[in-house]
Design a protein around this ligand. Sequence first.
Ligand code: ADP
Length: 507
Amino acid sequence: MAVRIAENPATGERIGEIVETDLDMIRDMYEKARKSFEMWSSLSIDERLSYLKRLKALMVEEMDAIAKNISLDTGKVLTEALVADILPTVDSLDYIIKRAKSILSPQKRKTPLLLIGKKSYVEYMPRGVVLVISPWNYPLQLSVVPVISALVSGNTVILKPSEVTPFVGKCIEELFQKAGFPEGVFQVAHGGKEVGAKLTEEKPDFIFFTGSVKTGKIIQKVAAEHLIPTALELGGKDPFIVFEDANLERAAKGAVWAAFTNAGQVCMSAERIFVEKSVYERFLELVKKETEKLVQGTDQDADVGSMTSAMQVDIVKSHVKDALKKGAKLELGVNPDEWPDSMFVKPIILSGVSKDMDIMSEETFGPVMPIVPFETEDEVIRLANDTEFGLNASVWTKDLKKARRVASRLVSGAVTINEALVSVANPDLPFGGVKASGIGRYHGEEGLRLFCHDKAILLDRGILKKEVQWYPYKGKYQDFLRLLQSYFRSPRAWIPFLQSFLRLLKK
Ligand code: ADP
């Protein structure tokens, strides 16, 4: 039995031990999940919601302890654990509790005249056993939000939290246990990529994955083998566009937050800042001034926490080194050659960057802000879209017409205007990416229906003896031809339509 030691990345302190799931147990977990599906999917939404209500109440009660556990396991600032990991989770619970019933109830659809007398609607049928694989940067919300979105429609769920933050994985398991979910409805498989790989091979009915593009592609391949539908929430290289008429002070404070929150370990953090040339120098001064004020640490009053994974520190280091080697200027921060042996990385601002540098083309996922000047609207849209990613973007200007125009032209899953990142905090807005940033959307109506099959139902009360389009066809062709031509002609020719229809009824 493998045991994983959970450590606080900020201090190296041991915080707990997690028993990893034996690969041999995974088939049993699926059997259990499939068995529980029969019971769970037969409950009413209200009955299922009663469990989610208990979970919500528990999370509200234990909020402080959960925040502390997240901070210990990730090196996150306590405030960010609360506001950026717990809040979106509880808000999504709230949203689902209030809205799931109407979103997942059968939806009436229009029935065309050619199908007169019938009724049409769409029903949302749960998919079965959903596998959720989650990452380490927001270990609570990126696990719990897809899990509850899947559970509410009647799916059972197996969650594999990231092995980098196993303590939060254990904490989630205990929360669901305390909330009293029936046996087998929600299970947690602890472990690393071997456990993840085995889980995908055991043919879940749907895979919801959040993580790297590399792993996303592996999962999509395995899923294709068995035609398993997936949703993939992958990386980003989000543009942050500042026009000369923006509220510069706000834009600078926003950029500093969007680039450095969670030590930059955010899939939608601002990773490429584009600033109109006329205000470039002023903006640079402002962001430097704001960044100098930031306090590093993990307590309530700190601003920037530690990095969570040592591997990620290495990636950040290599991106910054590559940029400096190719001629970028270190405007603020420490040269990677002089970094202390610590998981705290001091925020870095770079200028003189270009597309041939990793810092401008690959996801850095660390506290680095590269800034680039631009001259025209068309140019900045081209620059912003010149990436393999497309998760989020932001546009900063007081001219809201221009802001909307630019937002519409950005190839991106979401855009915020004079704001950063917060589109994800509205549980009614769909979340997801385009291009290499992913496939599918969760949150909002889309996010609940994602875990369902859309089942089309057409109903006839069954009173007539037969239908005109049934056998025999003998002698009907000419009447059908007249019926269809008169129906689709513009304007419709009602008299020949009715004549041919009545004739067909008699045949
Ligand atoms: P990140 O470093 O952002 O967490 P990864 O893609 O490495 O991104 O990991 C995300 C999640 O995917 C983690 O829970 C990890 O254990 C899991 N994982 C990694 N490799 C595989 C794989 N081959 N199959 C299934 N899950 C995997």
